[in-house]
Ligand binder design. Structure first.
Ligand SMILES: NC(=O)c1ccc[n+]([C@@H]2O[C@H](COP(=O)([O-])OP(=O)(O)OC[C@H]3O[C@@H](n4cnc5c(N)ncnc54)[C@H](OP(=O)(O)O)[C@@H]3O)[C@@H](O)[C@H]2O)c1
Length: 272
């Protein structure tokens, strides 16, 4: 097994019941013959996904809420008991609050999104590190967001949660350089269920049209993981945000704001 080769690895994917996580799990099982343990809370969707796989024996799932530290500790103990030593952990589970000015979100919303999107990665790392270290080629991957590469109006709490993931990931990469392959993934708008929790309609909107199909995003993520990339940005929107923010940090957020305002889209009605 070479360092970045994905074939026949043992992989943990959180958020495997839907969207990016489900497609990652599918490709890892079907194209790379990986043994995947998926994490999610929706048993119906995880079971249906397992049954849809060509080689379903390669996929198992565990049901738990990633925002709770004890759940990760119990999960690690179960893996140890079952003799499942992961080679790669992909922390992908996460959610987006409805687009709105910060005043529309409560302290409970903040606690929920920070524990689900950010602290889950910390809990996952602490709980799984002892197992991961036993792999000959350990890898730890966190899915952040393009909103951590440049500020996006109306996403204060989400951006804060994903910026925390970015900082955590980049520091881990330095702390464990030469020991663990650590990568951060920064997707732009991707066509998944993530927008289904918006209070306002998203169907047939510009956002839907701008979204990269999930299979394309995941194909790119896996391609970059195979090359050992540490910063994986997917989608033209995310790449543009990253590029312009580096050159014009003050102007980029304002430009994104102007574009979203001009779009007149229903989902941004609580922002402008
Ligand atoms: N789609 C985009 O445009 C986009 C852009 C940038 C970044 N991202 C990031 O990509 C990741 C995947 O999102 P997606 O677009 O694929 O969204 P999605 O289709 O809504 O999938 C989210 C997944 O996360 C799981 N999840 C959410 N909260 C959880 C919790 N507390 N405990 C366990 N599992 C939980 C869900 O599983 P259950 O419902 O079964 O619990 C589901 O499988 C997220 O971190 C998201 O922030 C997405």
């Amino acid at each position: 097994m070479t360092k970045y080769d994905l074939h026949q690895k043992r992989v943990i994917v959180s958020g495997a019941s839907s969207g990016i996580g489900r497609e990652l799990a599918r490709r890892l099982c079907e194209e790379y013959s990986c043994r995947v343990v998926g994490i999610g809370r929706n048993e119906e969707r995880l079971s249906a996904f397992r049954n849809s796989l060509k080689n379903k024996e390669l996929f198992a799932y565990k049901l738990f809420d990633v925002s709770v530290r004890e759940n990760w500790e119990n999960f690690a103990a179960e893996l140890e008991k079952e003799g499942f030593i992961p080679d790669m952990v992909i922390n992908n589970a996460g959610f987006l609050l409805p687009f709105a000015r910060a005043e529309f979100h409560s302290a409970a919303d903040a606690e929920d999104i920070l524990s689900t999107n950010s602290l889950s990665c910390v809990y996952s790392f602490s709980a799984l590190l002892p197992l991961l270290r036993r792999s000959p080629a350990p890898a730890f991957v966190n899915v952040s967001s393009a909103s951590a590469l440049a500020p996006v109006v109306g996403t204060a709490l989400y951006s804060a949660s994903k910026s925390a993931v970015k900082g955590f990931t980049e520091c881990l990469a330095l702390d464990y350089r030469g020991e663990i392959y650590v990568a951060g993934v920064y997707p732009g708008f991707t066509k998944t269920d993530i927008f289904s929790h918006q209070k306002r309609k998203t169907e047939n909107t510009l956002v839907e049209k701008l979204c990269l199909p999930t299979d394309k995003a995941v194909k790119r993520i896996l391609k970059k993981l195979k090359r050992g990339k540490t910063r994986i940005v997917t989608g033209a929107d995310a790449k543009a945000m990253s590029f312009f923010y580096r050159l014009f940090p003050n102007l980029t957020g304002k430009a994104i704001r102007a574009v979203l305002k001009k779009s007149g889209l229903e989902i941004f009605k609580d922002v402008f």
